[in-house]
Write a protein that binds this ligand. Structure first.
Ligand SMILES: Nc1ncnc2c1ncn2[C@@H]1O[C@H](COP(=O)(O)OP(=O)(O)OP(=O)(O)O)[C@@H](O)[C@H]1O
Ligand SMILES: [Mg+2]
Length: 302
């Protein structure tokens, strides 16, 4: 199922190749620390793009710069050609939705209510309409509920609409976050480690779900540490290391790049004193172990 090429085709109606997201020279500094450094990244209509890199590489910070949680120190981000406003609710209204690395649900609300919260940027009913609860309000509420149920059906949670979010198993909470993000009717969905904590079956189901989302005409940018998942899913993969984009390309190109292998296997980078030190300690430990192994032989010789 995972490698089905039919699911990889661009969705009908989308214009493949047209940029949905265009981030240029994005830099984010926290005091003396440059978490993201001059990163360019585009996501085109019909694409699933992966963003990978070791822990602390700046992936989540980059997402935060795309979604108005952080205002980048330098650079600009465009969504469908328009520069994004530096406020997260405005970014959501413009058409970018996201999920979080650390799940952010309303734990004491039901599954359905969580999705309804995600719809608020798309409902036009104002304060007076809500207070007076006139026919307009009831009609809009019914339409919202119907759409929320449709989304729950889509992610496979319709049967749990009345459950409290906190009672869902971890994998289903991640699905609910996706349903809530989809409720804002985005054109681009950003997923920050959507399969973290999932078992292999749940991960495969998440893969199918992301293909289905793309097939509905929503471009996807996904952060993940699970390489098999990312390489199977993505049309393109960009690698961040120490805040910089190291390489970008298709799965085969990225997987065979020696710098990517070095970054993941922890080979000491020239400018990483911590890794160099660790390698020195490892070498000293190996020498001590070798010496210990030869010692009993010498005793026997005597
Ligand atoms: N608000 C902040 N203030 C100061 N430093 C921050 C802040 N947010 C992130 N950082 C730092 O920026 C760097 C990048 O962190 P980030 O969370 O973006 O990495 P990541 O690639 O998402 O890592 P992981 O794979 O572990 O989630 C880290 O050194 C982190 O400590
Ligand atoms: Mg992160």
């Amino acid at each position: 199922m995972t490698t089905d090429t039919t699911t990889k085709s661009a969705p009908t109606g989308a214009t493949p190749g047209e940029p949905v997201l265009d981030a240029r020279g994005v830099t984010m500094r926290f005091g003396g620390l440059t978490a993201v450094s001059d990163v360019d990244l585009t996501v085109n209509a019909g694409e699933i793009v992966g963003l990978i890199g070791p822990n602390g590489a700046g992936k989540t910070t980059f997402f935060n710069c795309l979604t108005g949680l952080y205002v980048p120190t330098e650079g600009e981000v465009r969504y469908k050609g328009q520069i994004l406003p530096p406020k997260s609710f405005k970014v959501t209204a413009a058409g970018i939705a996201r999920t979080f690395q650390n799940i952010r649900l309303f734990a004491n609300m039901t599954v359905l209510e969580n999705v309804l919260v995600g719809r608020h940027t798309r409902t036009k009913e104002g304060l007076w309409s809500a207070l007076l609860r006139g026919p307009g309000f009831h009609k809009a509420e019914a339409a919202s509920r119907a759409r929320a149920m449709e989304l729950l059906e889509f992610v496979g949670l319709a049967g749990k609409a009345d459950h409290l979010a906190r009672n869902l198993p971890y994998g289903e909470q991640r699905k609910l976050e996706i349903a809530r993000a989809l409720a804002s009717e985005p054109g681009l969905l950003l997923l920050d480690e959507p399969t973290a904590g999932m078992n292999p079956q749940e991960t495969r189901a998440a893969e199918e779900l992301i293909f289905a989302i793309r097939d509905k005409g929503i471009a996807v940018l996904v952060i993940e540490h699970d390489m098999r998942f990312i390489m199977n899913l993505c049309d393109r993969v960009a690698v961040l290391v120490q805040g910089k984009k190291l390489i970008e390309g298709d799965a085969a190109t990225v997987q065979s790049d020696e710098r990517v292998i070095a970054a993941y296997l922890g080979e000491p980078l020239a400018n990483d004193p911590g890794a160099a030190e660790a390698a020195e300690v490892e070498a000293a430990e190996a020498a001590a172990e070798a010496a210990a192994q030869t010692a009993p032989a010498k005793e026997n010789d005597r």
